[in-house]
Design a protein around this ligand. Structure first.
Ligand SMILES: [Zn+2]
Length: 301
């Protein structure tokens, strides 16, 4: 297992589910202190690796106190119902709008199948979470992990309406989920699937900028310094892409043509040329989804 130490109490686990294009894509975060918290568990197919990582850290699954879900997309939380069976003392903390989908995941599973097709099947069918194990997150909720480590939860809709981010103020570390986009080998791209709401996304980014994080940790993938600068440049990128995508969509261009156009104009997309075939296929599908989200968000204005 690839386990990266971010701070003395925080580790990034590369979950690496056995799915094409997922070698370095799905990250879970583990805060281990007096109390222990996992942020995002990944899809069902990643749970054996998550448990293996805990074994390597010498942490019994029953010692996990909380599982915080940044949002309930299948690649972040599809394995929550499976994981919680192994973590008998863990409470799940999720956005209030996510709870009904965790308890009865049929609609969520159907939506995952529709959006992701074969990939959803590889991620694994979503199992339900018993309602009494879930607590609704509220804005600025605090989780005291002991020894002066306090996590703050912020509701950050945009990428998804049920999205939240987690801040460790003492260490200046922000676990952004997908509020700050997706970062592949240092290059950041928008993560704006339908039904994307631009204004909500921008105000969530502003909320995170106000926290002045030093380190920014992405759900996909890794932690980087210069948190505030990264958030500011993502905000600019979102506005630029929103404009470019909508201009091109109005001119009748297809999402595939728009991607080709963006690749010419946005140098940061050069990372696409360095990916292997499976990683490229993953990114291509997610780009098309993000372009559709940005185009759709304009139609509603
Ligand atoms: Zn997502």
């Amino acid at each position: 297992m690839e386990i990266y130490a971010i701070t003395p109490a925080l580790k990034l686990l590369n979950l690496q589910p056995p799915i094409p294009g997922c070698k370095k894509f799905i990250g879970a975060y583990l805060f281990h202190n007096e109390k222990s918290v996992i942020i995002d568990v990944g899809p069902k197919a990643a749970i054996p690796n998550l448990l293996q990582a805990l074994t390597e850290i010498s942490l019994n699954p029953n010692e996990i106190d909380y599982i915080v879900l940044t949002h309930i997309h299948i690649d972040h939380a599809g394995g929550a119902g499976t994981a919680i069976k192994e973590m008998s003392n863990a409470k799940i903390i999720a956005h209030s709008r996510a709870i009904s989908h965790l308890v009865a995941p049929t609609m969520l599973w159907q939506a995952s199948l529709k959006t992701l097709g074969e990939t959803a099947i590889k991620y694994g069918e979503i199992e339900p979470v018993p309602e009494h194990r879930i607590t609704a997150a509220t804005d600025q909720m605090k989780l005291d992990l002991g020894h002066g480590l306090m996590l703050e939860i912020y509701l950050t809709p945009g990428h998804a309406p049920h999205h939240l981010s987690i801040f460790d103020r003492a260490n200046g570390v922000l676990i952004a989920g997908e509020t700050a986009g997706v970062c592949i080998e240092g290059a950041v791209r928008p993560a704006t699937p339908p039904p994307f709401k631009l204004e909500e996304a921008l105000s969530s980014i502003d909320k995170l900028i106000d926290l002045e994080p030093q380190k920014l940790c992405y759900g996909h993938f890794g932690c980087y310094d210069d948190g505030v600068e990264r958030l500011k440049s993502y905000r600019e990128k979102l506005l630029y892409w929103h404009k470019a995508v909508n201009l091109a969509a109005k001119a009748g261009k297809s999402p595939e043509d728009i991607l080709a156009l963006l690749r010419k104009e946005d140098q940061s997309l050069s990372y696409l040329g360095r990916l292997d075939r499976e990683e490229y296929a993953r990114e291509f599908a997610l780009f098309i989804n993000s372009i559709n989200g940005l185009a759709g968000s304009a139609q509603k204005h």
